[in-house]
Design a protein. Structure first.
Length: 385
């Protein structure tokens, strides 16, 4: 498998296959829809590492016996502008959709609402969840913490998350102000990409566990997981490059796991190796996420939504109009992904080293093949054949 090779596929077939496989594993149609839509959203944005490969995370947790695929997240407490959702050991795809819908509904009248979540597993790309608020002319920010993937600034042991963070606000004619980042330099997919593409990391982020020296060569520390193409383990510590990222990482831990009444800090979460051992039947582990949050702001409660959109457009227009440095261009974060979404192209790119494990390792576990799923898909909608 090549880490750079991609294949062009129908987004509709991809989402169909994901839904079909997750249901074959025991999920309800609602749960499977949430997983397929969020993973498909990553591909619609052109974020290949937030696409099909992230399915491997919930698959590993499922075969390890911890993820309860039949569980339904439950609201355990709430007020006019807040709520707490127990994921019941379901996937984060299910929990975050419940949280997002609840926060959006509460913000309609309260103006600001926050929903905390816990006791759930990976949720994939958080872009899919905050975009639900954007479609309702609202702003949202959301994240969860992760298993320990990074060392504290100046340290050489992984204790911190490498968490996703997404935030978006309403816009008019211009692309929205959309922040979609991670509060760490790298995670498992970056290790796999570096080794498979035979290229150095983008910085000297690998901290040798014995010497504490840093390097951009991930090969000595990479631990592939049999049958997977994106989800790899690693033995090095992860470097956080600046105090700013370190501070943001810990701020996010405060939001996801410390203030959150269901939260479990990253320092107390299992490692990727723990989940590998659980999948082999050697141990039991907790969830891969210690806590999450979804905050929604409804600008229409505070003033004119049209005026707010005009301010956003004027701001983005001026940013994009900034004189560029020679050889550079000026664009706003999230712009390319937003434009991809607006184009609504049915054809998307998928990394081959994500595609093959999904069908050869995961789908085959349930007696399904790519050819069979494609035949079912085309029979259901002959227009796509």
């Amino acid at each position: 498998m090549s880490a750079t090779e991609t294949r062009t596929e129908s987004i509709h077939f991809l989402e169909y296959a994901i839904k079909r496989v997750w249901m074959a594993a025991g999920a309800s149609e609602t749960h499977a829809d949430y997983v397929a839509t969020a993973i498909g959203f990553g591909h619609r944005q052109g974020k290949l590492n937030q696409g099909l490969g992230v399915y491997e995370c919930i698959d590993l947790c499922l075969i390890g016996g911890g993820l309860d695929i039949k569980a339904v997240p439950e609201v355990v407490s709430e007020g006019p502008a807040w709520a707490v959702v127990d994921g019941k050991r379901s996937s984060g795809y299910y929990a975050l959709n419940v949280m997002a819908d609840l926060a959006i509904e509460k913000a309609r009248t309260s103006g600001i609402a926050i929903v905390y979540g816990g006791n759930h597993y990976d949720a994939g790309s958080f872009s899919a969840y905050v975009y639900k608020a954007y479609e309702q002319n609202m702003m949202a920010m959301a994240s969860n913490n992760t298993v320990p993937l990074a060392a504290p600034f100046g340290g050489m042991e992984n204790q911190l998350s490498c968490p996703p963070f997404d935030s978006i606000a309403p816009s008019g004619e211009q692309p929205p102000v959309w922040t979609s980042i991670k509060f760490g330099e790298f995670y498992d997919a970056d290790i796999a990409e570096s080794v498979l593409q035979q290229k150095p990391m983008k910085g000297k982020w690998c901290i040798d566990p014995e010497t504490g020296e840093t390097t951009d060569d991930a090969r000595p520390y990479a631990k592939p997981i049999e049958g997977y193409g994106r989800l790899w383990d690693y033995t090095c510590a992860g470097q956080i490059e600046t105090p700013r990222v370190y501070a943001l990482n810990m701020w996010n831990e405060m939001m996801t796991a410390i203030v959150n009444p269901l939260g479990v800090p990253s320092t107390q979460l299992p490692t990727i190796d723990d989940f590998e051992q659980a999948a082999a039947g050697e141990k039991e582990v907790g969830t891969s996420v210690g806590g999450s949050y979804f905050m929604c702001i409804n600008p229409a409660v505070f003033g004119s939504i049209d005026a707010m959109k005009q301010r956003s457009d004027a701001y983005v227009d001026q940013i994009k109009g900034c004189k560029p440095r020679p050889g550079h261009s000026v664009r706003v974060p999230g712009e390319s992904g937003y434009k991809s979404l607006q184009q609504g192209d049915d054809q998307i790119e998928v990394l081959t080293n994500h595609w093959e494990p999904f069908f050869d390792t995961i789908a085959s576990r349930y007696g399904l093949s790519e050819a069979q799923l494609r035949a079912e898909f085309e029979a259901a909608d002959p227009s796509v054949s």
